[in-house]
Design a protein around this ligand. Structure first.
Ligand code: M6R
Length: 607
């Protein structure tokens, strides 16, 4: 996730900004840059790689000035390169910006500006710099306000102009910015971490607000440029708490980020009027897509479970035969592939050794190979011939949560896109997108039950074994819930498709084995309900994930966590969240090292 830090005051800005960038490193980044202003002249330097690389690049140059801004970039639009790193300048070199977020209409804006402006990067952010330049008539705040009216998307943006050394302008829409109130100096940053050594008094910008930071004061305006009064908050956090934004663990923070990063994953990728999606990175023409006769997902761990959901979705929505395979098995199997097989390698890190080996093997055998990856510029992203970034931002907890939901989000859009090129009607596509529209709000509703899930976890924390059950598209959800519990609580658990119970697993049922069952209202509801009743009859405690309004659920369970109703294909996006929370609370109650569970690594780069 990109990071921003800006400063205006009486001290030398560059060292403060460089330290601020270091304190933002935990967010993950692939390039960095800094700009300061002294005597009407802008200093700007950018570099790919670590902050040390930027420091080296600056070398003996001494960036002067008591005002400046800096940025760490996590690439989204445009590859990892110096030209795409921030700050971005407009044409006349007087204006610089740093930007977090995504400008959705940047293509249209860029096309309009291209006749009169020279672009030097591939980013959406640079468009914003040129837009502000167009609007600039001697007052930077007005120019920013006017330019932002033309923009669709999200931004946390900080702007500086060579002719206005006495102020920094910052604005927010969907991408957080916090202002640090020092004495005669002010800071602005994407989170509080860089500010903490200097001040703990902060003001949070809300969406649609523009801040003007001067050496003596900060003023805040709305987009209509009316003054807004804001409260000052005193932060009690230490550094680590600040990085976790007040959450007790990165895992919990990442679970709670899911509604936001889900929006990032799907933003600009849906075409409601055509009832379809468009994932440009696929790099396939429509005839090539129609010629795909088989889809194969290869992945490991949580990413494999996302692939299993992909199998259900692709066969249902796109009517294309689909398989999913653990990468460590695939790479040594004599898998039959041809030029009409589309292989998707799914990976958060993009570095998993087995998944990478599977990519190489599939390419060798002539399949079409694409990536569904989180980390931009990672090896799998580079070695596949296209694909899609899931935009989950850095995931620091070893247990994958937000990357999983974003993998599923992207796979579902692919299933829709392929479906609409094959059998799916416009009406069916639109119905899917209609249900898709409020998924992030529904995710927020699920998260509101965190306290209730914590209470339930308390009642079950002493058990040594758990069984997770699901059917259809919720079977992989059960597998994922079970994996989460295992890896962070060290409690043994298994997951089964509920219809398989009679073939052996029923023997385990009894008071010592609680069962978590996903029993939401879909085509398999009645079947699942019978399975749950059988489990209960054999003495196991039952925790249900059920659909809001299902009045029968309480009668057949010991505990119920309700989730909002949605269409079946989208259920995993909601149903997984309570299981993540359950695992989290059990693990914290047991005093486990939730973010760094024993024997596990975030990125498995060895076989
Ligand atoms: O980086 P990847 O998505 O390729 O990683 C795959 C697995 O190692 C990963 O999902 C692992 O299972 C997680 N610890 C699950 O939480």
């Amino acid at each position: 996730m990109c990071g921003i830090v800006g400063y205006i005051g009486t001290r030398h800005a560059a060292p403060l900004l460089m330290q601020g960038l270091r304190r933002l490193e935990y967010r993950g980044y692939d390039s960095a840059g800094i700009a300061t202003l002294e005597n009407g002249s802008l200093f700007c330097e950018r570099s790919v790689g670590h902050i040390d690389a930027l420091k080296e690049k600056i070398g003996d140059q001494r960036p002067e000035g008591t005002i400046g801004l800096a940025h760490t970039r996590w690439a989204t639009h445009g590859g990892v390169s110096e030209k795409n790193a921030h700050p971005h300048r407009a044409c006349n070199d007087s204006l610089v910006i740093v930007h977090n977020g995504i400008i959705e209409n940047y293509r249209e804006l860029r096309a309009e500006l291209q006749a009169t402006h020279t672009f030097t990067s591939d980013t959406d952010s640079e468009v914003l710099a040129h837009l502000i330049e167009v609007e600039y008539q001697g007052d930077l705040r007005h120019a920013v306000a006017r330019a932002l009216k033309k923009v669709r998307g999200t931004y946390g943006v900080v702007v500086m102009h060579a002719s206005e050394p006495e102020r920094l302008i910052a604005a927010r829409m969907g991408s957080p910015l916090v202002i640090g109130m020092g004495k005669g100096e002010y800071f602005v940053a994407s989170d509080a971490t860089p500010l903490l050594p200097y001040t703990k008094d902060v003001t949070y910008l809300d969406d649609g607000e523009i801040a003007e930071l001067r050496r003596g004061e900060v003023r805040i305006y709305d987009l209509l440029e009316q003054s807004v009064q804001k409260n000052i908050h005193h932060i009690e956090w230490d550094d680590e708490q600040a990085q976790k934004q007040g959450y007790s663990h990165f895992m919990l923070k990442e679970i709670f980020e899911q509604p936001i990063v889900f929006r990032d994953a799907v933003r600009g990728r849906k075409i409601p009027e055509e009832g379809t999606a468009y994932l440009g990175g696929l790099n396939m023409s429509e005839p090539q897509m129609r010629a795909v006769s088989r889809v194969l997902f290869v992945a490991c761990g949580t990413a494999y479970h996302a692939g299993m959901i992909g199998k259900y979705a692709f066969e249902r929505l796109a009517r294309i035969p689909c398989e999913v395979e653990v990468a460590s098995e695939f790479r040594y199997r004599d898998c039959v592939l041809d030029e009409n097989t589309l292989v998707f390698a799914i990976s958060q890190s993009g570095e998993t050794a087995d998944t990478l080996a599977a990519v190489r093997e599939a390419r060798r055998k002539g399949a079409i190979v694409r990536g569904i990856v989180n980390v931009v510029g990672s090896t799998i992203a580079r070695e596949t011939d296209g694909g899609t970034y899931i935009h989950a931002g850095p995931e620091l907890a070893v247990a994958s949560t937000k990357a999983f939901t974003n993998m599923v989000a992207v796979i579902l859009l692919y299933a829709l896109q392929f479906g609409r090129l094959k059998h799916m009607s416009l009406a069916a596509g639109q119905e899917f997108l209609q249900a898709h529209f409020d998924i992030s709000t529904k995710m927020e509703e699920v998260l509101q039950q965190n306290d209730e899930v914590a209470r339930i976890a308390q009642r079950y924390v002493h058990y040594r074994d758990f069984l997770f059950l699901g059917r259809g598209i919720n079977y992989p959800v059960a597998l994922e819930g079970s994996l989460k519990l295992k890896e962070i609580s060290y409690i043994h658990s298994e997951a089964y498709p509920a219809g398989e119970m009679k073939h052996g697993v029923n023997a385990l049922l009894g008071p010592e084995l609680p069962v978590l069952a996903v029993m939401t209202k879909n085509q398999l509801y009645e079947k699942m309900r019978s399975n749950v009743e059988e489990v209960r009859a054999r003495g196991s405690k039952v925790i249900l994930i059920a659909t809001e309004g299902d009045t029968d659920a309480r009668a057949i369970a010991d505990d119920v966590i309700f989730v909002p109703q949605t269409i079946e294909a989208l259920e995993p996006l909601l149903n997984t969240i309570p299981l993540q929370l359950f695992a989290y609370h059990v693990a914290t109650l047991l005093g486990r090292d939730v973010d760094r569970p024993r024997n596990l690594a975030k990125s498995v780069t060895v076989e």
